[in-house]
Design a protein around this ligand. Structure first.
Ligand SMILES: Cc1cc2nc3c(=O)[nH]c(=O)nc-3n(C[C@H](O)[C@H](O)[C@H](O)COP(=O)(O)OP(=O)(O)OC[C@H]3O[C@@H](n4cnc5c(N)ncnc54)[C@H](O)[C@@H]3O)c2cc1C
Ligand SMILES: *[C@@H]1O[C@H](CO)[C@@H](O)[C@H](O)[C@H]1NC(C)=O
Ligand SMILES: *[C@@H]1O[C@H](CO)[C@@H](O)[C@H](O)[C@H]1NC(C)=O
Ligand SMILES: *[C@@H]1O[C@H](CO)[C@@H](O)[C@H](O)[C@H]1NC(C)=O
Ligand SMILES: *[C@@H]1O[C@H](CO)[C@@H](O)[C@H](O)[C@H]1NC(C)=O
Ligand SMILES: *[C@@H]1O[C@H](CO)[C@@H](O)[C@H](O)[C@H]1NC(C)=O
Ligand SMILES: *[C@@H]1O[C@H](CO)[C@@H](O)[C@H](O)[C@H]1NC(C)=O
Length: 630
């Protein structure tokens, strides 16, 4: 223990010897750390984890449980107690606070009239779990079975059955208050959940009556199923909890679960905020450590003293789907052409690094219900809201973004699922990838498209998502299984100092626009032609009656679609190497010893759900795999 730099944070119930004041002081503290640690170049840990975000903190916590295994977590962001993180009300405090995020803009999207988009990801201890919208969702059974099936033999259990124990391990489920559940009609079944996980998922102490009305209205739509619980792995209409401790009514996330709140300081678990990892150090085909610099106060630069820390056992990359591929490419592991044009020496040619990039697509259709006014426009309601919150943290302010949504399969939303599946199967898949795409990536893409063609005809995979936010309008409308694939590559103009080039390549597969057209058409039926909503006085505010044909939708989407729903995945996919994969089923990077990836980048095909629960489950499973010694 004595060889740990004293000023590194030893984590536990307290932070001994360390006064945490304003965020600025904490950042400058990290700079001091740098100076000390630079002098202590000989530092060695069993494991070095790059990124103290959602996955990284889970793995660090689990690996250090024995009190002996030494782990250093290097995190670019600060340890922040900002109320933007803790606050539950409205659910968007973290999302709106750009000081807790990287500052990245996508490359112009050629299919979206060259529009760019903000790439929002957390840069703070806790990572994106600190800034996300707290929607607690998992994918369906088929989503995870599709993943495992990309391997000829899925012995490692990347499937629904293989992940379910880890969903349960990761989270403690607190049921909704009985009166609220009864009044709003919330259904849930605790058998899909655990009760010992450090991350807590709970429910608000109030639901807007409008939410129940609009949920009930799904009963007017043929074939729509009502799932028994959000964790059951089924499609349908259901209620879901919030990443929130319902007692304190604050966000529950990777930091509250895996950094704070444990009894006793674990000297073998060391976290260094404010440290930006610049590359993995390799010797003879083995990852033996990393280099890091003090995080720049702003921007993406890496001026400052470069320090090397060594890993006796392994380096674990958990920097998220945007930065994990960047670090790998900067370390010489990646597509040959990308590395060469950036002047990076190729250590291992691994074409998949940074490719297969996916996110959910948000569609800006909107419908209003005249007869279900937003309660938040009522002054006496708002007064009551403030009083209830001030009295005991109850009432509408305990709601994040809401707890109700529809997650529907293609056969339920459209009569042309078979035709679309056939079109997808017979398409020349490679024609929708960038020119000169490596043959293994073409093969992986084709395998994914075959699997999604089956999904288009199944009621076990959700393509359609409409969220209810408690107002008299339809909420976010999302395409849960985009077919287009993008990339995240280092920027050849200055690879070490610039953020990577994030290219969603939205709408590059033309069938995506067709699918999104069907998603809007179905929402029209739900909102306008449904016996249950007709009485609510519905009207369409976007896209409007002029948009009808596939061509109309294609044009409208170019100008309106958002290529992100803040769920970047896939850039270091777990797939066979012959299919463009980057890690194997034990999360080991192909071609390098002692190097794993554990974060959203290993997800090969995005699940039809917000991604945080899946990342927690991946991290819990990864920790068991690493402990098992494979
Ligand atoms: C605005 C927003 C809203 C979202 N809403 C929801 C939601 O409501 N529900 C849901 O389920 N999911 C949501 N998500 C997605 C979900 O939070 C993420 O999928 C998940 O948290 C990703 O976990 P991760 O471990 O892969 O990466 P992260 O949690 O992002 O962790 C990566 C960490 O690595 C650090 N890092 C990066 N580069 C370096 C480097 N060079 N050196 C050191 N450290 C580095 C980062 O600072 C970060 O802390 C949302 C995400 C965002 C950003
Ligand atoms: C920040 O939060 C931690 C953990 O809850 C607490 O120990 C610490 O005192 C807080 N720091 C400040 C400045 O509030
Ligand atoms: C998008 O940018 C490219 C490259 O600058 C240009 O050739 C193209 O005309 C632009 N497209 C639109 C629709 O503006
Ligand atoms: C899927 O659901 C739709 C709507 O209920 C139904 O018509 C169809 O037969 C179902 N398909 C399968 C494969 O079960
Ligand atoms: C406004 O809110 C109050 C208090 O919740 C409620 O009693 C009243 O009926 C509401 N008025 C309208 C017009 O909805
Ligand atoms: C919380 O405070 C409100 C307003 O004073 C009150 O109506 C309510 O009963 C309280 N609820 C609980 C659970 O104490
Ligand atoms: C499919 O598309 C690729 C890439 O555009 C092209 O090289 C190939 O010739 C096409 N194959 C067929 C059969 O058209």
């Amino acid at each position: 223990m004595k060889d740990f730099p004293r000023l590194l944070l030893a984590l536990g119930a307290a932070y001994p010897g360390l006064t945490l004041a304003a965020p600025r002081d904490r950042l400058s503290h990290a700079t001091i750390l740098d100076a000390r640690a630079a002098a202590a170049d000989a530092q060695e840990y069993d494991y070095i984890i790059v990124g103290g975000g959602t996955a990284g903190l889970v793995v660090a916590d689990r690996l250090t449980e024995d009190g002996k295994t030494t782990v250093l977590v290097l995190e670019h962001g600060a340890l922040s107690n900002s109320t933007s993180i803790s606050q539950v009300r409205g659910g968007l405090g973290g999302l709106m606070d750009r000081t807790l995020q990287f500052d990245i803009t996508s490359v112009p999207q050629t299919n979206l009239r060259n529009r760019t988009t903000s790439v929002q990801i957390g840069k703070v201890v806790g990572g994106s779990s600190a800034v996300n919208a707290m929607m607690t969702i998992r994918g369906t059974r088929e989503d995870y079975d599709r993943w495992g099936a990309l391997f000829p033999s899925s012995a490692a259990g990347w499937s629904w059955d293989g992940l379910l124990p880890y969903f349960k391990k990761a989270m403690t489920f607190v049921p909704p208050p009985a009166d609220v559940a009864k009044e709003a009609g919330i259904r849930w079944d605790a058998k899909w959940w655990g009760s010992a996980g450090e991350v807590v998922v709970g429910w608000p102490s109030y639901q807007f009556p409008v939410t129940g009305v609009l949920m009930e209205a799904w009963k007017g739509m043929a074939g729509v199923l009502f799932a028994e619980d959000s964790g059951a792995g089924e499609t349908g209409v259901y209620w879901y909890p919030t990443f929130m401790d319902p007692k304190a009514v604050v966000r529950s996330y990777a930091r509250t679960g895996h950094v704070d709140g444990k009894a006793g300081v674990r000297g073998n678990y060391v976290l260094m905020p404010g440290a930006k990892v610049t590359r993995v150090v390799m010797e003879g085909g083995r990852a033996v450590g990393v280099t890091w610099v003090p995080a720049p106060a702003r921007g993406a630069g890496s001026a400052g003293v470069v320090t090397t820390v060594r890993a006796r056992k392994e380096v674990i990359l958990a920097a998220g789907a945007v930065h994990t591929p960047q670090i790998l490419q900067l370390s010489g592991v990646g597509p040959k052409g990308v590395l060469e044009s950036a002047g990076v020496e190729v250590v291992v040619e691994l074409p998949g690094v940074g490719q297969n990039f996916q996110d959910h697509t948000s569609i800006s259709a909107a419908f209003n219900f005249r007869n279900v006014p937003d309660p938040r426009t009522n002054a006496s309601f708002n007064t009551w809201t403030s009083t209830a919150w001030a009295a005991n943290r109850t009432g509408p302010n305990s709601i994040a973004t809401g707890n109700a949504a529809a997650w529907l399969s293609y056969p339920v939303i459209s009569s042309r699922s078979a035709a679309l599946a056939a079109a997808l199967l017979t398409q020349n898949h490679s024609a929708h990838l960038p020119v000169d795409t490596h043959p293994t990536i073409q093969a992986g893409y084709a395998a994914q498209m075959r699997s999604l063609a089956a999904a288009l005809q199944s009621n076990g995979t959700a393509f359609y998502n409409l969220v209810q936010t408690g107002s008299g309008s339809t909420g976010m409308l999302v395409d849960l299984h985009p077919l287009s694939r993008g990339s995240v590559n280092i920027d050849a103009r200055d690879p070490a100092n610039r953020e990577p080039l994030v290219d969603y390549r939205a709408l590059s597969n033309p069938l995506d626009a067709v699918i999104m057209g069907d998603i809007v058409r179905y929402t029209r039926r739900y909102a306008l032609d449904n016996p249950m909503t007709k009485a609510l006085g519905p009207s369409e505010s976007a896209p409007g009656a002029k948009v009808q044909t596939d061509e109309d939708f294609g044009e409208w989407l170019k100008g309106s679609v958002s290529p992100t729903y803040f769920h970047p995945v896939g850039t270091c996919s777990m797939m066979p190497r012959e299919l463009g994969g980057v890690v194997d089923q034990e999360l080991r990077v192909y071609g390098v010893k002692g190097l794993r990836v554990v974060d959203a980048s290993v997800i090969p095909v995005i699940p039809g759900a917000n991604t945080c629960q899946t990342v927690y489950a991946i991290a819990e499973k990864a920790a068991d795999i690493i402990k098992s010694g494979v």
